[in-house]
Design a protein around this ligand. Structure first.
Ligand code: NOJ
Length: 536
């Protein structure tokens, strides 16, 4: 089989509420994305992952779906979706959609039917349990977004399970009809031409069938950042049940059988930080998810040693033949420019686009956007409203396209659903396109370099011994050696790479550089370089 397209691809995440607003309601939509495809093509990405655009009461901004087979009128229509995919394909880009299998909206007809009576044929499509004899909750499980994971339905006297909001009841994947219906959803979108799925909270779909209580936590945090009450438990039983593997093997079969030529890809959101357990989602015979998202780079402080260690740990845990992937941001995480600091945004982009594996770029990271402060009264995220400090609003601010009021995202006279970044004069796409030295141009050059350099796409990964505060690695392929050297500090750092031949700098975060003698190679403060080694 020819090399799968997604191994060569760079994926770009579009959060539809915040990309482009074509109808002037302050919320982005599918036509608004279509109007911005020139940007994506000019930038040089290969595939778009589109966050949810389905009908939804928007309690969790689209991750609460009330119809899996349609488009929310806020975002447009199925025709708009078909037009978007046709436009992307015409530009030789692919489309991945967000598939949300763990839960629907409480307004989905399936749930309305399920909750209508204990004897309804759809009752078992969700997870219902009697209260304990004393009337209390069925067990101690907690919702990720705060509070218990159970809500009582007064009408039928039973609790239903929701790993997230009460308005996001968990589907019961142990029920064969649920699985069949949800696989049909996949076929529906495949038949409209989608090229793959990003699978939301993929490791949540199956839980302990006996619903055992989670034991108390022995310390540390459940996720990679503190989550309050949720951290007090060890989440042994409420997610990550091994029965999910069989589901993902079957799902893989659905994708492969639908159209083997298309090679639709499955990428699972798996927040598991025991890398050996994480790697099991590739499947023993590499027959489950094509890639579980690797959130390693999001879990560590912005520090050369910590980054090197996590990159190496993930590499070491990969099953033989499994294809890696890299992530530095998404719609749930503080932006990399805020985590790493503005001086390190280019180093971060170099890291993301030169490590081994398929990178996923979050919209706006190509502009070096930082988290946007949200004024009181304009908060939107239910998580942040429920658990202080957890708001994801700052990373979901609309994209600034031009230096005009509302940044060209929506008309100047309407209020955008979240505020835009300030400093449009420097940050907007238009301003950065005018400036050859901008982050945007840097990202574009890097994407072009990756496309033209087989070692960066396909090469092996070999970390090198370098001084504290730096991280350097070789990517080698068919006689070509490419070196990435990154300085994570604000001081100059000399690298002693005397055993390597001379290198020619292909790209530096700091502009032009001469050919480099690697015996006395000095990285400037906050500098990152990609070099091709001569005679290597
Ligand atoms: C993960 C998604 O990325 C996040 O935005 C959402 O709130 C939860 N899953 C629940 O669907």
């Amino acid at each position: 089989m020819r090399r799968e397209w997604w191994k060569n691809a760079v994926i770009y995440q579009v959060y539809p509420r915040s990309y482009g607003d074509s109808d002037g309601d302050g919320i982005g939509d599918l036509q608004g994305i279509r109007q911005r495809l020139d940007h994506l093509q000019w930038l040089g990405v290969d595939a778009v992952w589109l966050s949810p655009f389905y009908p939804s009461p928007m309690k969790d901004f689209g991750y609460d779906i009330s119809d899996y087979r349609n488009v929310h009128p806020l975002f447009g229509s199925l025709q708009d979706f078909d037009d978007l995919i046709a436009d992307l394909h015409a530009r030789d880009m692919r489309l991945l959609i967000d598939y949300v299998p763990n839960h629907s909206s409480d307004q989905h007809p399936w749930f309305l039917e399920s909750r209508s009576g204990r004897d309804h044929p759809r009752r078992e499509w969700y997870v219902w349990r009697d209260p304990k004899p004393d009337g209390s909750l069925p067990n101690n499980w907690l919702s990720v977004f705060g509070g218990p994971a159970w809500t009582l339905d007064e009408h039928t006297g039973q609790f239903y399970l929701h790993s997230f909001l009460p308005e996001q009841p968990d589907l019961n994947w142990r029920h064969p009809e649920v699985k069949a219906a949800m696989f049909d959803v996949v076929r529906f979108w495949l038949s409209r031409g989608v090229d793959g799925l990003r699978i939301d909270t993929a490791h949540y779909i199956l839980k302990d069938p006996d619903l055992r209580d989670n034991p108390p936590a022995t310390g540390g945090v459940a996720f990679h950042r503190p989550m309050g009450e949720y951290d007090r438990q060890l989440h042994l039983y409420d997610k990550g049940h091994p029965d999910a593997h069989a589901v993902y093997r079957e799902l893989r079969g659905v994708l492969d059988a639908f159209d083997p030529v298309r090679q639709a890809v499955s990428i699972g959101e798996i927040h598991v930080f025991d890398w050996h357990e994480w790697a099991t989602y590739y499947g023993e015979a590499l027959d489950e998810l094509h890639m579980p998202f690797n959130f390693g780079l999001l879990t560590v402080p912005w520090d050369a040693l910590a980054i090197r260690q996590v990159v190496n740990a993930v590499e070491a845990a990969l099953p033989s033949g499994a294809w890696p992937n890299q992530v530095l941001g998404n719609h749930d995480e503080s932006r990399v420019a805020s985590r790493a600091g503005p001086l390190q945004t280019r180093v971060a982009m170099l890291l993301l686009l030169t490590l081994r594996g398929t990178p996923t770029l979050y919209q706006g990271d190509e502009l070096g956007l930082e988290d946007v402060p949200i004024p009181a009264g304009r908060e939107q995220d239910p998580w942040g409203l429920q658990v202080p400090g957890m708001s994801r609003d700052p990373v979901r601010a609309p994209i600034p396209w031009q230096d005009v009021p509302n940044g060209g995202f929506c008309p100047p006279n309407v209020e955008s659903w979240l505020p835009l970044p300030a400093d449009l004069a420097h940050l907007s796409v238009e301003a950065q396109r005018r400036n050859e030295g901008s982050m945007l141009h840097f990202t574009r050059r890097l994407l072009a370099l990756r496309r033209l350099t087989p070692a960066l796409r396909e090469g092996t990964y070999r970390p090198l011994d370098t001084p504290e505060g730096t991280f350097a690695y070789l990517r080698e392929f068919e006689g070509e050696s490419v070196l990435t050297a990154l300085n994570f500090t604000g001081q100059q750092r000399q690298l002693a790479l005397g055993n390597l031949p001379t290198g020619t700098v292909l790209l530096s975060t700091h502009g032009e550089r001469e050919a480099v003698d690697l015996t006395k190679f000095t990285l400037r403060p906050d500098e990152g370089c990609v070099l091709v080694l001569r005679g290597g």
